[in-house]
Design a protein around this ligand. Structure first.
Ligand SMILES: Nc1ncnc2c1ncn2[C@@H]1O[C@H](COP(=O)(O)OP(=O)(O)OP(=O)(O)O)[C@@H](O)[C@H]1O
Ligand SMILES: [Mg+2]
Length: 357
């Protein structure tokens, strides 16, 4: 029994116990004691459940924080924590929050997702899934790009499940979230500074360490800070098959975002130099978006083909969907590594990329 449920049984989370136990509820959003929303199949619904009052809600949140060794109080009014069952919780206490304590709980999806599920839901087309599988097999460096809650981590986990057997995978995350069904995984998690501001271990530190630990594949849960420069360096020094997610709205934007993160870590390097490094480091960007119907769909699978003459990124779409997310299909461009695909005798030849096929 998870500690969330245990706490609920103790009465702290009584008002939301049903939603915590209901597998069809993916998120619980609490906006003060008397307003609770849930997300089901990607759609938000307002519930008629309430906490007794603000004190009861704060007691529940403090109890959760305590159960995972974190704090939330007037001096440290935000909480970011991963519960033992994998659910993710973020909370903000008033007065920073103007409506009373605000909490979001993203429940851990018990169900293991596979490409067939993803295809069945309409999140990707069969051919696009096969192409991503080819990229994973060939060890291409892949960036998963998307907005908040667009399904980046879910897709990253799905891609990771396609790593060929017999490799050593190093996974680095801010807060442990990914579950990898793989037999040789080394997991790292960052550490927050203590009350005196000491002892912090950043993603960048862990990435540096991981390079000395004989990785075959490095997976970075979310690239959002100075680790960007280390990741780019790793990719450019022969570490193939690296994966990561990034917060951006298009494949081209994801590269610009990576550039901004890398520049902020390494001020001395010129913009053109960093662009050149990014353009040769990242091979594939998979863009995912959340649509009004709640479904997350892959909208682009693009290849990064160096820089244009004007030093902008040359991003070529291999697969692209319609604006409404439907019909993810080839754009008529074969990837630059088509000869590698053919040489590997993978049954995904040149004809698969022509529009007529
Ligand atoms: N293809 C999909 N179709 C429908 N729901 C999905 C799909 N992929 C993920 N979800 C659900 O969407 C929610 C967000 O997924 P996920 O955590 O992967 O997004 P994210 O982009 O990593 O979010 P964040 O920006 O907060 O890191 C989860 O509840 C997940 O179960
Ligand atoms: Mg995520």
């Amino acid at each position: 029994m998870s500690s969330v449920i245990e706490a609920a049984i103790q009465g702290f989370l009584g008002p939301i116990i049903d939603y915590l136990q209901d597998a069809s509820v993916s998120e619980i959003l609490i906006n003060g004691p008397s307003e609770i929303f849930i997300e089901k199949k990607g759609k938000l619904e307002k519930t008629d459940t309430q906490f007794l009052d603000e004190d009861a809600l704060q007691a529940a949140v403090k109890n959760i924080a305590q159960s995972v060794g974190r704090r939330i109080n007037q001096n440290e009014p935000t909480l970011d924590a991963r519960l033992p069952d994998g659910s993710r919780i973020h909370a903000v206490f008033p007065p920073c929050s103007r409506v009373g304590t605000v909490v979001s709980i993203r429940k851990f999806m018990q169900q293991k997702i596979s490409f067939p599920d993803y295809i069945k839901w309409g999140s990707i087309s069969l051919e696009a899934a096969q192409f991503l599988d080819v990229c994973m097999f060939l060890g291409k460096n892949i960036l998963v790009s998307g907005g908040t809650g667009s399904g980046k981590t879910t897709l990253l986990s799905l891609l990771s499940s396609r790593i060929p057997k017999g490799q050593r995978v190093i996974l680095i995350e801010d807060a442990s979230e990914l579950t990898l069904d793989y037999d040789h995984v080394v997991k790292f998690e960052t550490r927050l500074p203590d009350q005196e501001g000491k002892g912090e271990v950043k993603m960048r530190d862990l990435l540096k360490s991981s390079l000395r630990l004989r990785p075959d594949r490095i997976i970075v849960g979310e690239v959002r800070g100075s680790e960007a420069i280390e990741l780019i360096n790793a990719m450019n020094t022969g570490h193939n098959g690296c994966l990561g997610t990034i917060h951006a709205n298009s494949p081209a934007d994801s590269l610009v975002r990576l550039e901004t993160l890398a520049m902020s870590a390494e001020g001395k390097i010129s913009e053109v130099a960093i662009r050149q490094q990014i353009a040769s480091a990242i091979q594939i960007v998979v863009q995912i978006s959340r649509f009004h119907d709640g479904l997350r769909r892959v909208t682009h699978i693009s290849e990064v083909c160096g820089l244009n003459l004007d030093k902008t990124y040359n991003v070529i779409d291999i697969f692209k969907s319609l604006v409404n997310g439907d019909n993810l299909s080839v754009c008529g461009n074969a990837p630059s590594f088509i000869t590698e695909i053919e040489a590997s005798k993978i049954p995904f030849g040149r004809d698969k990329f022509s529009k007529a096929s």
